[in-house]
Design a protein around this ligand. Sequence first.
Ligand SMILES: C[S@@+](CC[C@H](N)C(=O)[O-])C[C@H]1O[C@@H](n2cnc3c(N)ncnc32)[C@H](O)[C@@H]1O
Length: 330
Amino acid sequence: MNTTMEATQNEQNGQVNSPDPNPSPVPQHQSLSKNAQKKLLKQQKYEAKKAEKKAQMKEQKQRDAERKRKEWEEKLAALPEDERLKLIDSRKELRRERMEKRSEERGQKIQRLTQAKETGQNIVVDLEFSHLMTHSEIHSLVQQIMYCYAVNGRCSSPAHLWLTGCEGEMETQLQRLPGFDKWIIEKEKQSYIKAFSDRKDDLVYLTADSETVLHELDPTKVYIVGGLVDRNRWKGITMKKAEEQGIHTAKLPIGAYMKMSSSQVLTVNQVIEILLKFLETKDWKDSFFQVIPQRKRTEGDSENCQEVDGEDCEEETEKKKRCLEVPSHD
Ligand SMILES: C[S@@+](CC[C@H](N)C(=O)[O-])C[C@H]1O[C@@H](n2cnc3c(N)ncnc32)[C@H](O)[C@@H]1O
């Protein structure tokens, strides 16, 4: 699976994990500690700055497009009539070929995703935590889900993705994504516990707080990832939930393959991308090294760069933008 992948987007290009430019304050009822409030405020300021940068980049993009259009017109104007027509025709032909290629790829992707509904590994994103997140955190989660969907669509054997507990603000924000209604993914208002009520023993909640290490992915199991962007403010919340529900838990075997500079708590998109890579390669080490950012690893373990608990570093944001560059909504 390639990280420069096709994807879901148009207007969303460049919006991956981009924040709400007017982040909402911490919900009152959360009664966060002073420290947590400080942290959150810092995050909100960071996000506002990021939004400003994004707006500047958008303007730059528009200026570039305008410049290119002018250059093209000038080029045409300088040519004699017959050459001008030839040039216009060849450009049209190029566009036609590109569109044909895209439409072919889209068809293949639809086939793969449809097949995954029958035979793919079930992976659930548990969306029952929106009351614990700010608007910008929900926005960030929506962007992560969009990214996961795009990555899955590029896999040769995609997973069968589920969004459970998909209602309220989460659903509203997801529905704002262009093409979301056409996504080949299970959108379920019910919680996973209801949706899989006849398969409770197959449910495995993935959580960094589990004592059990995940060694293999069992195709008969349903792996659940907590849909939460919280910078681990809600420490242990998914473990507690799974214990209360009496379902299995497991953590990724990160410790066996790399040293982390801080906690082993990854973001939703990192976890799902690792699972997808593992499904293809059956190689945890390779999957971790391809997905976990260098800044989350201790020195000596090198490779790419990614995000810490919902916050992208620039290189990772760029990677995701590239991934989301080709509009494809299915
Ligand atoms: C940003 S984390 C949320 C952290 C949250 N405080 C919690 O208690 O789960 C998003 C989700 O990714 C999954 N996850 C993150 N790191 C993991 C790890 N090392 N092993 C297994 N699952 C992990 C969990 O499902 C987690 O809920």
